[in-house]
Write a protein that binds this ligand. Structure first.
Ligand SMILES: [Zn+2]
Length: 437
């Protein structure tokens, strides 16, 4: 890209030199040189006092020491245009700005949230207010690594992510879980030696915390199979979705697991040491150890056909899905309000909370998938995907996908990213050349 730009620029220069007179006379004009102003030192016109709202203290009480009662009333009135002065959390930072000359109050800044400050200013004798957004900057962080125990540990120990707070790293792991929730059950399927790489775009506040973040490209190689998720938002309205390299949606009719990966306790995360198959054969279901009260999601759209106690299953929800599949969620501590017999639920809706009702040794979710009354392993069910990239957006998709994939390929130590189709083609070529020899 850079080379192309330079080339064009150089050509333009040549044209400008060759037709200098003509160009100057018609349209090409250098901007006038305004020079540089020399710095002038001046005493700041105001000084500030920074206060913080104490627990139980009102904003009026805090201002009381610095302004008259009348001024306080008009300040609060101006503030009300953007925030409720009665709803200020303790610790709210209030900056008072005084004139250096007569020591009068010239302005008040009230940090109403982490993302905005209300700036109150005295303009010709009256208080006015404006909402000033906290400046943020956007960056993209990328990381790659091999998984040695589980994804949680791998991401948390990645040095490329050292600048992230623990809370922000957790949000990143949630984001990875969300984009791969139809392809991989991180709690059951991650194997030692699996690799990952991703590019994560985030909005950062001046204090280094993250306001928002989005995975824009991710790859997970699980037991030799590469899974990709590339963000694509055709209308750029934030309402985009993830697709694989061939433009197919990563969405499937069923989520692979009804709990967020991060909520599944490490006891289960390490379950590969006591193989799931054993448990599976023992009672044809999957047990997810998780703290009591953990939210349980419906794995697909459907209708609730059971909600209540069910023998050794304890509190149980059963959902019937359009394709004749029934999912069962057992040992719940309680049901989500509004989830009743006949309730229609959407994929990812919360239906209840983890518990240990019925026959359960500890808090866990027992999850089953049944077709005509027979249990099936959710990992073995291949159900129709969501809509691919619409044909009218295909050209745009190709451009954005290529750019996002190159972000992954640019991560030091990462190799080329190959789509499934390309990988198969390569394999066939290798097979053929192998056969000829
Ligand atoms: Zn079970």
């Amino acid at each position: 890209m850079y080379l192309v730009k330079t080339g064009k620029h150089t050509r333009w220069r040549w044209l400008a030199v060759a037709f200098g007179v003509v160009v100057t006379a018609s349209c090409y004009q250098e901007p006038p040189d305004v020079g540089t102003l020399s710095a002038v030192y001046a005493e700041p016109a105001e000084y500030v006092r920074i206060l913080a709202l104490r627990p139980g203290q009102t904003l009026g009480q805090l201002l009381g020491g610095s302004v008259t009662y009348n001024e306080q009333a008009s300040l609060l009135l101006a503030l009300r245009e953007h925030a409720n002065p009665r709803r200020m959390r303790s610790g709210t930072e209030v900056t008072l700005r005084f004139s250096r000359g007569d020591e009068s109050l010239r302005g008040v800044d009230v940090e109403v949230s982490r993302d905005a400050t209300v700036r109150l200013s005295l303009v010709s004798g009256a208080w006015s207010s404006e909402l000033v957004p906290t400046p943020i900057y956007v960056d993209t962080i990328d990381a790659t690594g091999e998984i040695r125990s589980d994804l949680w540990t791998a991401v948390n120990q990645n040095q490329a992510l050292d600048s992230m707070t623990a809370g922000d790293a957790a949000r990143l792991i949630d984001a990875l879980d969300r984009v791969f929730q139809w392809q991989i059950d991180f709690s059951r399927q991650i194997r030692v030696g699996d690799t990952y790489r991703f590019a994560f775009q985030r909005e950062i506040r001046p204090d280094g915390s993250m306001r928002a973040g989005r995975l824009i490209a991710a790859e997970l190689v699980n037991s030799g199979t590469a899974y990709h998720a590339i963000w694509f938002d055709p209308n750029e309205d934030g309402d985009g979705s993830y697709f694989d390299l061939d433009g197919n949606s990563v969405r499937r009719a069923f989520l692979l697991k009804p709990l967020t990966y991060r909520r599944i306790s490490s006891a289960f995360t390490n379950s590969r040491f006591h193989p799931i198959l054993k448990t599976w054969r023992a009672h044809r279901g999957i047990d997810y150890a998780a703290a009591r009260g953990t939210e349980i999601m419906a794995t697909a759209d459907g209708v609730v056909i059971h909600r209540g106690a069910k023998g050794s299953f304890g509190n149980t929800v059963e959902i019937r899905h359009p394709n004749g599949i029934v999912t069962r969620y057992a040992h719940l501590s309680r049901f989500r309000g509004g989830v009743n017999l006949g309730t229609r639920v959407r994929q990812s809706d919360i239906i209840g909370y983890v518990g240990m009702t019925g026959l359960a040794g500890g808090p866990h979710l027992h999850y089953e998938m049944l077709r005509r009354g027979r249990q099936m392993d959710p990992l073995s069910v291949d159900l129709p995907p969501g809509d691919p990239v619409p044909s009218e957006d295909r050209l745009r998709w190709m451009g954005e996908m290529t750019a996002r994939v190159s972000l992954l390929e640019a991560i030091p130590g990462a190799g080329p990213v190959r789509s499934l189709a390309a990988a198969e083609e390569q394999d066939q070529l290798e097979d053929r050349s192998g056969g000829a020899q």
